[in-house]
Design a protein around this ligand. Structure first.
Ligand code: COA
Length: 188
């Protein structure tokens, strides 16, 4: 299996893999859930949240180890207007934090936003979430403080052939990795 420097692989989730995303969210402890959703959320909330994933326009990147998702980044388009705005949200399981995954995932989401003509990408986080603010700053995000929340705003550049090509290359290697992973687990 081809692996990244983190020991796992990052790729887009397929629609049929929502259960893997749900299981990742269910593994998050209460503190991590609160940072991710801005409030305390229980298992029912998370199951309901994931069951509506396919109703929204967007995509999810997952960090996979042995076929399980241990970190994820979502991009949801806001409204129907073009050029569009979008929101990004991130979750890295505590055992995998502080290894650069959040930074890498935000980079993927910014590129995906760029390639879909998104002009403003927002990240909402609670004021004490210094780590997320640190990551936003790495991509030159403007941070606005408002009533205990911080909104990071990145203005993605216009898409280019290179940014579209890079995403397409990632998608095709992601497809191959997913197929190899399926094969390996079927054989095991
Ligand atoms: C926020 C989160 C996505 C970051 O993921 P991660 O993989 O741990 O992040 P990275 O390792 O890429 O980067 C973390 C950065 O924050 C820095 N950092 C760590 N603790 C910090 C702190 N207390 N204050 C400020 N910066 C901090 C690290 O040094 C690193 O910066 P560097 O690369 O310049 O050294 C992850 O911690 C998480 O899932 N948190 C809970 C959910 C959440 O907060 N989601 C965001 C809201 S949508």
């Amino acid at each position: 299996m081809v692996e990244s420097r983190w020991g796992g692989t990052i790729r887009k989730l397929w629609l049929s893999e929502n259960d893997k995303f749900r299981d990742h969210l269910l593994r998050l402890d209460p503190g991590t859930r609160r940072l991710r959703f801005g409030m305390a959320v229980n298992d029912d909330f998370l199951c309901d949240y994931v069951s509506h994933m396919n109703d929204t326009k967007g995509l999810v990147y997952g960090y996979f180890i042995d076929g399980e998702v241990h970190a994820a980044a979502e991009m949801r388009l806001i409204g129907d207007s073009m050029p569009a705005d979008a929101e990004g949200a991130f979750s890295v399981e505590p055992a995998h934090q502080n290894q650069g995954l959040g930074t890498e995932l935000l980079g993927r989401i910014i590129r995906a936003a760029r390639n879909r003509g998104v002009t403003r990408l927002y990240m909402n986080c609670v004021a004490e979430n210094r780590k997320m603010q640190r990551i936003c700053k790495k991509y030159d995000a403007e941070l606005e403080f408002d009533h205990g929340e911080v909104v990071g705003r990145v203005l993605p550049a216009l898409p280019t052939y290179i940014s579209l090509w890079q995403e397409a290359i990632d998608d095709s290697s992601g497809f191959m990795l997913a197929a190899m992973d399926l094969q390996e687990r079927a054989a095991a």
